[in-house]
Design a binder for this molecule. Sequence first.
Ligand code: SAM
Length: 227
Amino acid sequence: MQRTPEPELMDAPDQVLAYAAADFEASDQAMVERLALRCAGDPGPRLLDLGCGPGNISFRLARRWPGARVLGIDGAPRMLAIARQRLAAEPELQPRLAFAEVSLPLPRPLPQASPLAAGFTALVSNSLLHHLHEPDGLWRAVAALAAPGAFVYLQDLRRPASPAAVEALVEREMQGAPAVLRREYHASLHAAFTPEEVRAQLDGAGLTALQVAPLQERYLEVWGRLA
Ligand SMILES: C[S@@+](CC[C@H](N)C(=O)[O-])C[C@H]1O[C@@H](n2cnc3c(N)ncnc32)[C@H](O)[C@@H]1O
């Protein structure tokens, strides 16, 4: 099945509210545990969550690694407003967790005042890649923002083989979900990449140290330590 891109940013009010209210707890926690396994428990002290949305993964990273500072970036102001509201309710995380409005691809050169200027020891992303019209923008950002020896971990949907397989997944996974989330999931499955396409993206960006593999029935994961 050919890829059909979907809109990049998620900033429509109904979309943002439905996403923030949805219960992704099990899959989000599994993602962070998978990262912990892949990086042998040590992502280092400076973590970047690319395409953080309302912060679902960023908060988990900050709680899981209490010695680390975490920055979540996203291009959607309404998503970030929710992330910051949530952060206001968790004062103990405030010294170590922050959010910034940044859209990919990054401007070159980065503005001097950018919160992204320093090297990150781990670059993490969940469900961003399939949104991107130019996926190279993500891989260039990973290469530019990583500290030497940084760990990279990304999870995303994997494109099913046929429209019928998409329909079956939507029916099974989105039973009882709000219509906006069902539509979103349907579009996302059509927009997702295959592991082979991601391999070509990584090679094209010179990120040959990173591995990509299918994960369970619906996902793919990218992981590895940069030189
Ligand atoms: C499906 S959400 C995932 C949010 C979060 N990572 C999570 O796991 O809950 C995808 C997010 O990527 C953001 N996004 C899409 N394209 C982007 C771009 N070009 N630059 C920055 N953020 C982008 C969207 O605004 C949205 O918040």
